[in-house]
Write a protein that binds this ligand. Structure first.
Ligand SMILES: Cc1cc2nc3c(=O)[nH]c(=O)nc-3n(C[C@H](O)[C@H](O)[C@H](O)COP(=O)(O)O)c2cc1C
Length: 87
């Protein structure tokens, strides 16, 4: 079954997404896919951490991202994911 939705999760490092996340996005063709970014951080906000990722996969539909605190649980993330309106 083809994958249509990708949730891209990462920790905030120095106010940004770790560089390897850009490498990941650059490595695949996400055209026509639906993507949503989420991050964890000690205190920084989500900010524009996903903007580089968005521009690297501009053919994808990006949903609104979400920042979680470093101690977020799987349940927290699942609640957000389930509210995105995706299958
Ligand atoms: C190299 C490094 C840089 C970090 N920079 C930030 C930062 O700029 N802002 C922040 O709130 N947290 C920062 N943190 C904390 C991480 O975001 C936090 O540890 C992470 O979200 C928790 O996920 P983990 O359990 O996978 O480490 C940094 C952590 C590391 C290791």
């Amino acid at each position: 079954m083809p994958i249509d939705v990708v949730l891209v999760g990462y920790p905030i490092w120095w106010g940004e997404a770790p560089r390897i996340m850009s490498t990941f996005i650059d490595s695949y063709d996400f055209s026509g896919k639906t993507l949503a970014a989420f991050c964890t951080s000690a205190s920084s906000g989500f900010g524009n951490s996903d903007s580089a990722l968005r521009s690297a996969a501009s053919g994808a539909t990006w949903l609104k991202g979400q920042r979680f605190s470093a101690g977020a649980s799987v349940d927290d993330v699942m609640k957000w994911a389930n509210g995105l309106g995706i299958n």
